[in-house]
Design a protein around this ligand. Structure first.
Ligand code: NOJ
Length: 629
């Protein structure tokens, strides 16, 4: 019989339909896999978690929105900066995360808020200085936090010196660093050259991906804004130059990179037209512009480069090392041999169906079981799937069954391009989502503010900042709603900036109650839930490194087990999550409820004293973490 006290929940918010963002559209244009989950055990203990990026939790910071600090003259500009992040590191330590990933802060004209890089080896004055970055990195390392940079290899800003050179003349030495193309042959209608675009490739921000350059009378390719020309990754000099920029940061001691749009790096060398999308005739399938086979060679090169470095934190790398910048000279694209204990992480932003996604883990290196691709090809499938027990069970099973041997799983529930978690699934389900993310097998990535249950903010037309919205208004492509300032305290501007400054985006309206300080004082807040989940995940080997089995949906309940390491000393856990709008019951083996998402009922016993299972009741939107006897 049930041996746990009942808890009451408020009514559940119906999940909102997911509003596709620019590259959501790219992802969905590829058919979803129909893979049947195999019966393979998911307790893949063959490769134990030994690396910080396997056992740890990653937290994404969008630097414009995290913490603004006044400039030396005393004025704050309403845009977050690097000293602001440094000032908030203690919060992150107390939250219990292990690594921060910082979205781009390089010098940039900010056409796409830093994803248009004008210099890969600097810091935009808006965010501070290189010295500020070094301070941030050293302070984070001193507190045991890792720092992952966002790197943007697919494109630069049109103001990057490489592009300025490239567009200066057809015979410039850097002409071939970007993708230039002649207009097509004139037809009977003698269209002007600038209208004769090379093919039907589309920009992810709407319209053709080709921009006419009057000066040299050719088109250049831009998969995103026209201010973001695509680099030519078939050119070895481009590869060497990017690897050299990566070394600049690795030598300073960064713990890894999140590689922007990694699956889009290479385009068809014959510039063939993409086929029409049968499900949406206004779009095409990115057959020749995404996931090209050559991309895997590049990912392996990046991995080799990262693996030639040791663990930044334990080696206390703070200054350029003895072999700085020799690892990727401009003459070669084949970096050096692996470090005996590599410790940097390669994360890929990849929106692909699961079978294609897992290929980004790469192939094993010769004579070793080690995969040579990305350590963590980001898995966005929990964002893309229906918020429903069976759909999610299927994602987990399919993903686990497709993972190549030695691959480490990961899950993401939010980022700066996606509608906020608490808006997508509703505030109550966002608590259940936290338990899901932090009890699955694999590295979780959190988006800043999700630990407070922050929601999308409404953006009036005159407040729009995001070029995705400006280019194609009113279609829900805008990403401003999920990028609003972090809410720190119950004080003017929620502590994000000074009381008199104007934040670059409006604050979420209920900042007086949703902020971190207020939630820290409330033992039942979303922040308290995250704190507890993160502490439990850290404390129990099973949760950060164990296996996962019995992933099943029973009606609206998703259940799975986390199984201990083979040493026999660790606890097994049962996780039960009720995605439904009604209270539901299920059977549970003997154990102790150690956490509920409503933070009520911990300590209750499950199962029967004779060792058999008993019925347990789970409120709508509630999740239970049970330590099994
Ligand atoms: C993916 C990034 O996440 C997104 O914010 C950006 O606009 C595009 N890449 C283009 O760099």
């Amino acid at each position: 019989m049930l041996r746990r006290k009942h808890s009451r929940l408020t009514s559940r918010t119906v999940p909102l339909t997911f509003a596709p963002s620019a590259f959501k559209a790219v992802a969905l244009a590829v058919a979803f896999p129909r893979t049947i989950a195999s019966n393979r055990s998911m307790a893949d203990s063959e490769f134990a978690a030994t690396q910080w990026w396997q056992t740890g939790v990653i937290y994404q910071i969008y630097p414009r929105s995290f913490q603004d600090t006044p400039s030396p003259s005393g004025l704050a500009d309403g845009v977050g900066d690097l000293p602001g992040i440094t000032a908030r590191l203690d919060y992150l330590v107390s939250l219990g995360i292990d690594a921060i990933w910082i979205s781009p802060f390089y010098p940039s004209p900010m056409a796409d808020f830093g994803y248009d890089v004008a210099n890969y080896t600097g810091v935009d004055p808006l965010f501070g200085t290189l010295a500020d970055f070094d301070t941030l990195l050293a302070t984070a390392h001193a507190k045991g936090l890792r720092v992952i940079l966002d790197f943007v290899p697919n494109h630069t800003s049109d103001q990057h010196p490489w592009f300025l050179e490239s567009r200066s003349s057809r015979d410039n030495e850097k002409r071939d660093w970007y993708l230039w193309h002649d207009p097509t042959q004139p037809g009977d209608d003698w269209q002007p050259a600038k209208q004769r675009i090379p093919n039907n490739w589309m920009s992810n921000f709407g319209g053709s991906a080709w921009e006419w350059d009057q000066h040299t009378e050719q088109f250049y390719l831009h998969s995103f804004l026209k201010q973001q020309p695509d680099l030519n990754w078939r050119n070895p000099k481009v590869r060497a130059a990017i690897y050299s920029a990566m070394c600049f940061w690795l030598d300073r001691g960064v713990d890894g990179f999140r590689m922007d749009v990694l699956w889009l790096l290479v385009k068809d060398e014959f510039y063939r037209n993409n086929p029409p999308n049968p499900q949406d005739l206004a779009s095409t399938l990115p057959v020749f512009t995404a996931d090209q086979p050559e991309t895997h060679v590049i990912v392996a090169e990046m991995r080799t480069l990262l693996d030639s470095y040791g663990d930044a934190l334990s080696e206390n790398a703070g200054a350029p090392g003895p072999d700085s910048r020799t690892r990727a000279s401009t003459e070669t694209t084949t970096p050096n041999s692996p470090h005996p204990t590599p410790g940097r992480v390669l994360i890929g932003e990849i929106y692909l169906p699961l079978p294609e996604l897992v290929r980004y883990y790469g192939q094993p290196a010769e004579n070793t079981p080690q995969l040579r691709g990305a350590n963590l090809p980001f898995n966005f499938h929990l964002i893309q799937t229906q918020w429903q027990a069976e759909a999610i069970a299927q994602i987990i099973r399919t993903y686990e069954s497709l993972l190549p041997s030695g691959a480490w799983p990961n899950y993401v529930l939010g980022n700066h391009d996606q509608s906020r978690l608490a808006t997508r699934v509703g505030p109550q389900q966002a608590r259940l989502a936290a338990m899901l993310l932090l009890t699955l097998r694999g590295t979780p990535t959190l988006y800043y503010g999700d630990e407070l249950g922050m929601q999308d903010i409404p953006i009036a037309p005159n407040q729009v900042q995001d070029p995705a919205e400006k280019n194609d208004p009113g279609k829900g492509r805008g990403r401003d709603p999920e990028r609003s300032p972090m809410l720190w305290v119950d004080a003017p501007n929620a502590g994000f900036t000074t009381p008199t400054a104007t934040p670059w985006l409006p604050l979420q309206q209920d900042w007086q109650t949703i902020n971190a300080a207020t939630q820290q004082r409330n033992p039942k807040s979303m922040l308290s839930l995250y704190n507890k989940l993160l502490a439990l995940r850290r404390r129990h080997d099973t949760l950060h490194s164990g296996g996962i089995t019995d992933v099943v949906a029973e009606g609206n309940i998703l259940r799975y087990r986390r199984t201990g390491l083979p040493d026999g000393h660790s606890t097994d856990f049962q996780i039960l999550l009720n995605f439904g709008a009604e209270t539901a019951t299920t059977l549970c083996a003997p154990g102790t409820v150690i956490l509920t998402t409503i933070l009520d009922g911990e300590g209750s016993l499950t199962g029967n004293p004779d060792g058999t299972s008993s019925t347990i009741t789970i409120e709508s939107g509630e999740g239970l973490l049970i330590a099994l006897d």
